[in-house]
Design a protein around this ligand. Sequence first.
Ligand SMILES: Nc1ncnc2c1ncn2[C@@H]1O[C@H](COP(=O)(O)OP(=O)(O)OP(=O)(O)O)[C@@H](O)[C@H]1O
Length: 252
Amino acid sequence: MTEETNAPRSLLYLDGVSVSFDGFKALNSLSLVIEPGELRAIIGPNGAGKTTMMDVITGKTRPDTGTVLFEDTIDLTKRDEADIAQLGIGRKFQKPTVFESHTVWDNLELALNRPRGVYSTLFYRLSGEDKDRIEEILATIRLSHRKDELAANLSHGQKQWLEIGMLLAQEPKLLLVDEPVAGMTDAETAETAVLLREIARTRSVVVVEHDMGFIRDLGVKVTCLAEGSVLAEGSIDFVSSDPKVIENYLGR
Ligand SMILES: Nc1ncnc2c1ncn2[C@@H]1O[C@H](COP(=O)(O)OP(=O)(O)OP(=O)(O)O)[C@@H](O)[C@H]1O
């Protein structure tokens, strides 16, 4: 028995999820469970269904069959994309999309999850609490020393971190991150593993990556997808020594 009896058992629950495009099964009875506070790595060859899985979770694509539940009871297949974002699922696409002509600070301020509407937008003043939250995010994303810099002047890796920070400003319960380290320097890649582990102390994170060194650095449970379903799941050593994974992915 845990003390928090109301806490969800699974944050995200996918069971038997299938999606077809013109008869081709992009997802083929995919089942996956993410626990509250879990950091999970997803690997798999091109076309394995990783992006389609993210699209199903965020409501961009409707599954043909299967169950997709958030916090045990919320049926995500019945919600639209805006609803799902509001429920606390944030998604970081591969390319950074920050406001280049704004400062790092302003990018985070714009992303803060605060009441919207004409009145609140016109008369909104940043509270002390909001400022503290922005400072905290800046520290998490390693950009405190660059807060007054225009986002355009950041390195590619720093732009990725800033966008992660903008998602954190919305306090997601689940953060989906697509190939964050593509194009990063080795130092930025190593730092990103540390950063995501820190973020996962306060929320769940699902990260899709091809960079096996980075996946190893993360040191978390790995799911390998192939042909739209789970091929193998477990520690990186377990998954990377699985003959099916070697044949379908690592050995290619
Ligand atoms: N909107 C669509 N219409 C038709 N086919 C699609 C569509 N979206 C995805 N597919 C197909 O579904 C399969 C799975 O694609 P998906 O993008 O989910 O794979 P992935 O694992 O993310 O691959 P990658 O590592 O290359 O990003 C691919 O064969 C792809 O061509």
